[in-house]
Ligand binder design. Structure first.
Ligand code: BES
Ligand code: ZN
Ligand code: ZN
Length: 476
């Protein structure tokens, strides 16, 4: 899908998408557009309402967007129309961009329309969405030049669609190798370098905590390293480090999960968000340098699986006592974080992970739990998230929680053994492996990465983090 600009609707035939703000005169004046008048009794721009009129060889789709719709609400309205009213789209489809629409609102509408093309039925014989047909161009009827804004909206949704597909793909398809290949291929296409360390290379490097988690799986662990450098980089260019949890399936290991295991294909959603963000950052050619790591492996049950009470090593040389094999995410992130920080020395580090049930217990499905040792990062991450509806809220990293990860036998243990403050103690564990970095933030996205909404019958991916990471980096 691309876009073209049109300057008149004279002689236009096809489908016209007409967003309508709700006005205070809602019950007095009809909505008038393109020779069509809609009585206010049936439609006045109320959010989430739609009114269709067929006239002059045009399907007029009046779309109520409310008085002051935020980014997320607008995106959802347009995703809904695109996903659920596919039959109204002609080869000629135009979006009317109201004069009082901000750039962000225009971006949200267009990215929502593109996201509506995402179809969960990856293994069904489905017809293509009309917007994905070869040569389809959405026509934009606007007073201002919105081409750049539209292009950006499409790039965002394209990257999000990739993340959605990776997370929604079953674990026998989206294996560690599959993610590594995705990174290699996408890097070639969009312009970032990918290096992948397999089991042997990880062994040589001493990525022992990462390898311990993947020991029981028939799929070889893949430690994926990506590097993007802007063409215009100079010594002042900001260098950002990203790490994403890439557990392609979390059985819990020998501490096998007794609840909701079926959703654990989503345990690579942090990794998939980092992958999508790399695509988007490169696609937008952001003037930054980014080094990203996705440690990808499967936590399976087997004679070779690591055991509760094992003591394992790690990349930074510390030993770890395993209290519970289901607290595996922090182990692979520990190696991801210390490998990133020691070898690449980024100025700012953000990790994303579906890390704890405790984050879900604390915030439900509303926001991610944010941890950071840097107030400016907290401010910038929450702000970026508020602008686009990917919210997060800070929790403390107080040293009072440190004894929870102190072990008798090893340098540190992977769980306190108590069902208390789980998201915080997991973050304290990660902090231990950040090499005293002064600008690190951790987002526990267990509650927001995979959920229920109107777009499917079962829980599915949200792509939380793709846009958030990109916007955060854009605003640095
Ligand atoms: N992947 C899970 C966390 C999770 C839970 C993600 C629910 C999405 C939805 C993680 O690896 C895990 O199992 N965490 C345990 C840790 C515990 C054993 C210390 C948890 O939170 O229960
Ligand atoms: Zn687990
Ligand atoms: Zn997990």
């Amino acid at each position: 899908m691309t876009t073209t600009n049109i300057h008149t609707l004279d002689h236009f035939t096809g489908t016209l998408l007409i967003p309508v703000f709700e006005t205070s005169a809602q019950h007095l004046l009809p909505t008038e557009f393109h020779g069509v008048s809609v009585p206010s009794k049936v439609f006045y721009g109320k959010k989430d309402t739609v009114y269709l009129v067929e006239k002059y060889d045009c399907t007029h789709v009046f779309i109520g967007i409310g008085k002051a719709p935020d980014y997320k609400a607008l995106g959802t309205i347009f995703r809904r129309i695109s996903a659920k009213q596919k039959e109204v789209f002609a080869a000629n489809t135009a979006l009317v961009v109201p004069a009082n629409c901000s750039a962000a609102q225009t971006e949200a509408m267009i990215s929502g329309l593109y996201l509506g093309t995402y179809d969960l039925g990856h293994f069904k014989k489905n017809e293509k969405h009309p917007f994905l047909n070869e040569g389809f161009a959405l026509q934009l009827f606007a007073k201002k030049d919105v081409a750049a804004t539209a292009g950006k909206g499409i790039k965002i949704a394209k990257a999000q669609s990739e993340t959605l597909r990776l997370v929604d793909s079953p674990p026998n398809v989206a294996t560690p190798k599959y993610l590594a290949n995705w990174a290699t291929e996408t890097g070639k296409q969009y312009g970032f370098k990918t290096e992948v360390l397999g089991r042997e290379a990880c062994r040589e490097k001493g990525l022992d905590a990462f390898l311990a988690v993947g020991k029981g799986s028939q799929h070889e662990p893949q430690f994926i390293i990506m590097q993007y450098t802007s063409e215009n980089a100079n010594p002042k260019t900001k260098h950002v480090g990203l790490v994403g949890k890439g557990i392609t399936f979390d059985t819990g290991g020998l501490n096998i999960k007794v609840a909701a295991m079926v959703h654990m294909k989503s345990d690579m959603a942090g990794g998939a968000a980092v992958l999508g963000a790399m695509q988007l950052i490169a696609d937008l050619k952001l003037p930054v340098k980014v080094t990203a790591i996705v440690p990808a492996c499967e936590s399976a049950v087997d004679a070779n699986s690591f055991l509760p009470s094992d003591v394992i090593g790690s990349y930074n040389g510390s030993t770890i006592e395993i209290i519970d094999t289901d607290a595996e995410g922090r182990l692979i992130l520990a190696d991801g974080l210390s490998y990133l920080i020691k070898n690449y020395k980024p100025e700012v580090v953000v990790d994303l992970a579906t890390l704890t049930g405790s984050a879900v217990g604390t915030f439900g499905y509303e926001c991610a739990a944010l941890f950071s040792n840097n107030d400016e990062m907290v401010q910038k991450i929450t702000q970026a998230g508020n602008e686009i509806g990917e919210k997060s809220w800070p929790l403390p990293l107080w040293d009072a929680y440190k004894p929870d990860i102190e072990s008798d036998i090893a340098d540190v243990k992977n769980w306190s053994g108590k069902p208390l403050a789980g998201a915080i103690t997991a973050a304290k564990f990660l902090e231990y492996f950040t090499e005293d970095h002064k600008a690190w933030a951790h987002l526990d996205i267990a509650g927001v990465a995979f959920g229920d909404d109107e777009f499917a019958k079962s829980k599915h991916a949200t792509a939380y983090g793709v846009h958030l990471l990109t916007k955060f980096i854009e605003n640095l």
